[in-house]
Design a protein around this ligand. Structure first.
Ligand SMILES: *[C@@H]1O[C@H](CO)[C@@H](O)[C@H](O)[C@H]1NC(C)=O
Ligand SMILES: *[C@@H]1O[C@H](CO)[C@@H](O)[C@H](O)[C@H]1NC(C)=O
Ligand SMILES: *[C@@H]1O[C@H](CO)[C@@H](O)[C@H](O)[C@H]1NC(C)=O
Length: 359
């Protein structure tokens, strides 16, 4: 019998090590200012990396070679608070000069979140022994959008996600939509795409017929639509909201309104609702809080843009502003996307994550 004891101790030790290493990781997200409204995370010894849903790798400037090893730091989490700091080595692709994202944001590189075995979530999954999945809660800056202070959070590796104040301790992850299948309409593109089988509706009527390929981007600020989709979409919104509050356009937007004439609620300005009718029957619904950008004290504009130039990309590219203040979850193994509705409607914002270490 006593020979078994060391085995049991060993098994317990292995179990403990596994559990300790298998907690999801938490990162803090900062939204940049002004035109460089990129989302970054202080992952590289406190220096920021740009979060890019369409990039396949971690990228840092290095002078020689094609790859290098970087030490990244984050915290383990129970989904509600940080637990303990974690550092791990990751493989990064060398960029000869800082990428244009880097120059714009003062970032030390890019944390690619795309569909690739070299992406940040894939490397977290392999080094931390957690699922290759993540959930982003992108913050609003509280100026162009409602509810937020420019700080948000993301978790990698699954688990629940909570925002304070924990009135009823309901995890935000329980509010996620039914999963929508991720599609790969463009071979060689590492980004995430879904299909809007039913097109896009404004106040319940279809403005652009489906099916449309819909991409997700954290480096495009405002959703971009292919020219033909854009013109029908904008015309329908214009007709739907009417001319009463309309004011002169403020570039880059085409439809701007006197914001003191627009009513508002927890959903943001009371404007026609946009529904992206996704495969499987789930709608990505965009209320005023995610559709209207406050461009100055008196003016809010419908924050959708026409894709520039001849594009081979998706006809609909959802930008960061439309993803803010909702939880967006990507499960790579299952190839599924799910998301919550606009969280301020429930009294939360992505800036409510409690970054105080749990005692
Ligand atoms: C999705 O949006 C369309 C158009 O607004 C609406 O008719 C439909 O009922 C919505 N579906 C769900 C499941 O909410
Ligand atoms: C906006 O609306 C407010 C309230 O109706 C009005 O006082 C103000 O003059 C309007 N501003 C513009 C630029 O139309
Ligand atoms: C944040 O978490 C800490 C540690 O668990 C806790 O003491 C504090 O009350 C929390 N704050 C809020 C606003 O929930």
């Amino acid at each position: 019998m006593s020979q078994l004891k060391p085995v049991i101790v060993l098994v317990l030790l292995v179990l403990c090590v596994c559990t300790a290493a298998s907690a999801p990781l938490l990162i803090k997200i900062n939204k940049g200012v002004a035109s460089t409204a990129l989302y970054t995370a202080p992952l590289s010894a406190g220096r920021p990396l740009v979060l890019d849903l369409s990039a396949p790798a971690i990228t840092t400037p290095c002078s020689s070679g094609t790859t290098t090893t970087v030490t990244l730091s984050a915290s383990t989490t129970n989904g509600a608070n940080p637990l303990s700091p974690v550092s791990f080595a990751a493989t990064a692709t060398c960029a000869a000069a800082p990428s244009h994202y880097g120059r714009m944001s003062g970032a030390a590189g890019v944390a690619g979140l795309g569909r690739s075995s070299a992406s940040f979530p894939a490397q977290v999954a392999s080094t931390q022994k957690v699922a290759n999945s993540f959930a982003l809660c992108l913050p609003s800056d509280g100026r162009t959008g409602f509810s937020g202070n420019g700080v948000g959070a993301a978790i990698f590796g699954g688990g629940p996600f909570y925002l304070a104040p924990p009135a009823d301790r309901e995890a935000i992850t329980t509010l996620l939509s039914d999963p929508v299948p991720l599609r790969q309409p463009f071979s060689g593109y590492p980004g995430y795409f879904v299909t809007a089988t039913g097109g896009i509706a404004i106040d319940g009527s279809v403005a652009a017929a489906g099916p449309l390929v819909v991409g997700l981007s954290t480096t495009v600020t405002y959703t971009q639509l292919r020219a033909d989709v854009y013109s029908r979409f904008i015309a329908t919104f214009d007709r739907s909201l009417g001319q009463t509050a309309k004011v002169a356009a403020v570039a880059p937007f085409e439809l701007c309104y006197n914001s003191s004439k627009l009513g508002s609620s927890l959903l943001g300005y009371s404007v026609p609702q946009v529904d992206v009718l996704l495969e499987g029957g789930t709608n990505l619904t965009v209320f005023g809080g995610n559709s209207m950008a406050q461009v100055n004290a008196n003016t809010a504009c419908f924050a959708f843009l026409k894709s520039s130039g001849s594009t081979t990309g998706p006809p609909v590219l959802i930008g960061g502003f439309q993803l803010e203040n909702r939880l967006v979850a990507i499960h790579n193994a299952k190839q599924q996307l799910s998301f919550t509705g606009y969280l301020p409607a429930r009294g939360f914002s992505c800036s409510n994550f409690n970054f105080t270490r749990a005692g």
